[in-house]
Design a protein around this ligand. Sequence first.
Ligand code: DQA
Length: 147
Amino acid sequence: MENILILNGPNLNLIGQRETDIYGKKTMQDLHKLIIEESKKMNIRVEFFQSNHEGEIIDKIQSSINTYDGIVINPGAYTHYSYAIYDAIQSIDKPVVEVHISNVHKREEFRQKSVTAKACIGQITGFGFYSYILGLYSIVNYIRGVK
Ligand code: DQA
C-alpha cells in the first residue's frame, strides 16, 4: 500500500472562508474527507500536512525520503518564487505532483509562473478540490508504472 503525503502551503488552511469566489466555500476538513474517500478506492494510505512556513514545508519534503512514496503538493504562493522548495523537491528521489485549486494561468501574471513545477512530474491546475484527486491518481499510476 503506497503512502502518499498531501502537502498544503500557506493560506490553504483558510479555504472555505478565503476568497470564496476563487477557492469555493468548502473547507480543509471537506478536502480531507474527499481525499480519504478516494484513497480507499485507490488502496493507498494518505497523510496530511499544512504549514504557512517555508522551512516547515521543506522539512516535511525532506522527511519523505524515508516515509512516503510520493507527494501531492499545493505550495500556495510559494509556487511562484520559492527556489528553496524547488531545491527540496529536487533533492528527494520521490515523485511529486503539483496541484492548484484555481487555474493559475487564468489569474494575475505572477501566478502564471511556477518555479516548483519544474521539479515535479506534472502539474494539475484549475479543477477545484478535484485537482487533488487527479493528482493522487496521477502519482499512484506513476508509482505503479501504469502508462
Ligand atoms: C493556489 C494558487 C496560488 O497562486 C495561491 O497563492 C494560493 C492557492 C491554488 O490552489 O489555486 O494560495 O495554489
